[in-house]
Design a protein around this ligand. Structure first.
Ligand code: AMP
Length: 424
């Protein structure tokens, strides 16, 4: 199968080929025919599956096949993060550049001065890729009108909701024509996404690509038991033995990212932190340098777990486990992109074992917990108690709470808690 047989115009099929997209990925095969026919779309697809081109190509085809005398913004792509905005903008520009059709794409995101973005909009833009907050700012500056938008894309819709953009989303939707095509993509599908889809989409073509399966990228997942104090040594051991040409390491905090990167640096690794505490400029620089393979290791927080598209990332390490199973899916999605193989290794300390079991359960997987020679764990799990509240899904049950309340009341009355008589 090739792009032309899916209904893509020859010039865009050539542009895709120029990006070395020889054959359409499964999400592109599933999305293109209906999206090109103007239908709404609701697609659940794993990260790294090629979803950007799955919406970019149809929206560009619509622009190119219905030229207008005056430039107006006819396509809007809403994304949750700056990194994703920059990345989607790059793909759109790369696809339009060989066409010489004069299509302009504007990319708008917060955290940087608004002025260059306002200046960039002076001649208008056919396509706007934006995070919701900055988009609204730009509209309030009268630098952009959205009343001619024909195609709306919500990319990583679940993340838009996770990051609290629901109100901004409503404000943006109020500025758009009711008559339009809407393409909605989400890595996960839950009640919130279903409700949003029901509100926004008209008889959508539903695509649900499994995260695992014949077409899924070949990611080898491993879990290694280790003491918390030995994690940096284990990381170093893995880098020495697996010799990946790059690795992305996830930690729980900005401080930990700085700390682990500094420790690796001392051990002659080119490692750098990447997190929300860095300026936008510094973050973009790290990303560009990582792409050029100038860093061996980037140590990051969950900021980078979505929207970070580095081709050919052979190793992802969960130095600290993520708080939720969803975040785990997105971290893992940084490797094995577009069919390239990769390894995702989770470090499991005694204190994090309960959390790991929960993540596995939510994902319906059960990995053997490896113990590597020289890294045999000595730590024992902490006593269950009030300090346990940080794990999603590990809150005390109603029964636990009733028991605790009864015990507390009995203690206050100077008695002993009620005991269930034996045999009942
Ligand atoms: P995405 O899910 O859009 O972030 O894409 C993930 C990766 O797949 C990116 O590095 C794309 O450049 C690459 N990609 C997208 N479509 C194709 C294709 N048809 N053939 C090969 N690589 C692709």
């Amino acid at each position: 199968m090739n792009f032309s047989t899916l209904g893509l115009m020859p010039s865009l099929a050539d542009s895709a080929r120029a990006l070395r997209f020889e054959a359409p990925t499964p999400i592109q095969q599933a999305a293109l025919p209906s999206a090109l026919a103007g239908q709404d779309l609701l697609a659940t697809a794993p990260t790294g599956s090629g979803k950007t081109a799955a919406f970019a190509l149809p929206l560009l085809q619509r622009l190119l096949s219905t030229p207008v005398p005056q430039r107006r913004t006819r396509a809007l792509v809403l994304v949750p993060t700056r990194e994703l905005a920059a990345q989607v903008g790059e793909v759109l520009r790369a696809l339009t550049q060989p066409l010489n059709a004069g299509q302009r794409t504007a990319v708008l995101f917060g955290g940087v001065s608004i002025n260059p973005q306002l200046m960039g909009l002076r001649g208008g833009a056919d396509v706007v890729v934006a995070t919701p907050g900055r988009l609204l700012d730009v509209v309030r500056h009268n630098a952009l009108r959205l009343d001619a938008v024909q195609t709306l894309v919500l990319d990583e819709a679940d993340r838009l909701l996770d990051l609290g953009f629901a109100t901004e989303l409503d404000e943006v939707l109020a500025l758009l024509p009711a008559q339009r095509q809407t393409l909605m993509f989400s890595a996960t599908f839950d009640e919130r996404i279903r409700t949003l889809a029901e509100r926004l989409l008209h008889q959508p073509h539903r695509i649900d690509l499994p995260a695992e399966g014949a077409d899924a990228p070949p990611v080898l997942q491993r879990a290694i038991a280790v003491d918390s104090t030995r994690r940096t040594a284990l990381l170093r051991h893995l880098l020495d033995t697996l010799q990946p040409d790059r690795a992305l390491v996830f930690v729980a905090s900005q401080h930990a990212a700085d700390h682990v990167a500094a420790k690796l640096n001392k051990q002659d690794r080119y490692a750098t932190p990447f997190h929300g505490g860095l300026s936008q400029g510094a973050r973009q620089e790290v990303l560009a340098e990582f792409r050029q393979k100038r860093w061996d290791v980037v140590v990051t927080t969950d900021l980078a777990s979505r929207g970070l598209d580095i081709e050919d990332m052979p190793l992802v390490v969960n130095y600290d486990l993520p708080r939720s199973a969803d975040d785990h899916v997105h971290r893992i999605g940084r490797t094995g992109r577009a069919g390239r193989s990769g390894q995702a290794i989770s470090f499991v300390t005694a204190a994090a074992l309960a959390q790991w079991n929960l993540i596995q359960k939510r994902q319906g997987m059960s990995l053997p917990l490896e113990v590597l020679p020289g890294f045999e764990p000595q730590e024992s799990p902490p006593e269950p108690g009030p300090g346990h509240g940080g794990i999603k899904g590990q809150r005390p049950s109603k029964k636990d709470k009733l028991r605790a309340a009864a015990a507390a009341a009995a203690a206050a009355a100077g008695g002993t808690p009620p005991v269930k008589p034996p045999g009942r």
